[in-house]
Design a protein around this ligand. Structure first.
Ligand SMILES: C[S@@+](CC[C@H](N)C(=O)[O-])C[C@H]1O[C@@H](n2cnc3c(N)ncnc32)[C@H](O)[C@@H]1O
Length: 316
């Protein structure tokens, strides 16, 4: 399904608070019929598929401003280590084109930019070290030519359905001094506004469990990746240590909604967060879903005893 023009149009008109509705309305008119009268889950509630999309949209619209602070508070900063792990595991090289879906406030994209810059600098240093007899002016010229710290052809596209999350992300990264090589696109993981075979890497961090049709999002990931491209998903998963599982459950249900109320004034959104984690398929089941979408060499790594897992697969 290569329909970049139609999809980009859909992306641009989505400017009101009902962005999810607009995206979904357009999707209904297209061949991908999202509103089927079928039921699904929103946390522990049973809702219609259309209602789920609207509710998820509202959750992230409500939490956008406090999203980063809440992430640090709820996870005691550990989400940073998980995201660092994901990007180290990706090990991107200069020139990589990344699509970060459900990219929210840009945490994966700015780690990607940092990693690429560090890689580029390392390559320049190695090149210079190999040439022992260079003069100072030659060294200086090499640094200027190679634009130390620049991204070169590398690019990260942050795509998210929620314009409030994108707005907060854009402001955050501008404040941190990131602009080169980044672009922000409003779009639905189930119907991405990009042409076939476009990206080297597709990431989705803590996003896929919020998507109504996970199978459709996986098919879209496959479509937009170049042959040889890599799919990487960081998501809450199922804890493999019974003692930790018990403590984690207590913490999730007794502490997280309270933190949500105290810090963000929003109990319900954080209740949804913990419920949605419990509804997400276990590691092996999710692995099979990724294989069903056509990916090869699918595997996963549990982090923090399976509190989260990183699934990886390749489009061959
Ligand atoms: C928990 S946040 C994760 C944000 C970011 N990836 C991170 O790790 O901090 C989930 C994100 O998924 C987005 N999202 C939910 N459903 C989506 C969909 N169908 N398509 C694209 N993004 C979606 C939300 O708007 C939200 O920004």
């Amino acid at each position: 399904m290569a329909a970049p023009v139609r999809a980009l149009t859909r992306c641009r008109f989505a400017s009101t608070t009902g962005l999810w509705k607009a995206v979904n309305h357009e999707a209904r008119r297209s061949n991908h019929t999202n509103s089927s009268g079928k039921e699904t889950h929103f946390g522990f509630q049973t809702v219609s598929e259309e209602e789920k999309g609207e509710k998820v949209y509202r959750v992230f619209e409500n939490v956008a401003e406090k999203y980063d602070v809440m992430n640090d508070s709820m996870s005691l900063g550990i989400h940073r280590l998980w995201k660092d792990w994901l990007v180290r595991h990706m090990n991107p090289i200069p020139g990589t084109k990344l699509l970060d879906v459900a990219g929210g406030t840009g945490d994966i994209a700015f780690r990607f930019v940092n990693y690429i810059r560090a890689q580029k600098e390392k390559m320049i240093r190695q090149k210079l070290k190999a040439q022992q007899t260079l003069s100072w002016s030659e060294i200086s010229k090499t640094y200027q030519e190679q634009e130390m710290g620049s991204l070169g052809a590398s690019q990260a596209v942050i795509c998210d359905i929620n314009k409030e999350m994108l707005k907060v992300g854009r402001q955050k990264l501008l404040k941190l001094g990131y602009s080169e090589g980044l672009s922000w696109v409003a779009g639905n993981a189930e119907e991405l506004p990009f042409a076939d075979d476009t990206f080297d890497v597709y990431t989705i961090a803590f996003g896929i469990r919020n998507v109504t049709h996970i199978d459709q999002a996986l098919e879209e990931a496959y479509r937009v990746l170049k042959p040889g491209g890599r799919f990487l998903c960081l998501e809450f998963s199922h804890v493999d240590n019974p003692l930790l599982a018990r403590v984690y459950d207590l913490y999730s249900f007794q502490v997280i909604p309270v933190l949500g109320e105290v810090i963000a004034g929003d109990w319900k959104s954080y209740q949804y967060l913990v419920e949605s984690i419990r509804r997400f398929p276990p590691q092996e089941e999710f692995k099979s879903m990724i294989e069903d979408a056509g990916f090869f060499k699918v595997n996963y790594h549990n982090l923090t005893s399976g509190v989260v897992a990183v699934h990886s697969g390749f489009k061959l």
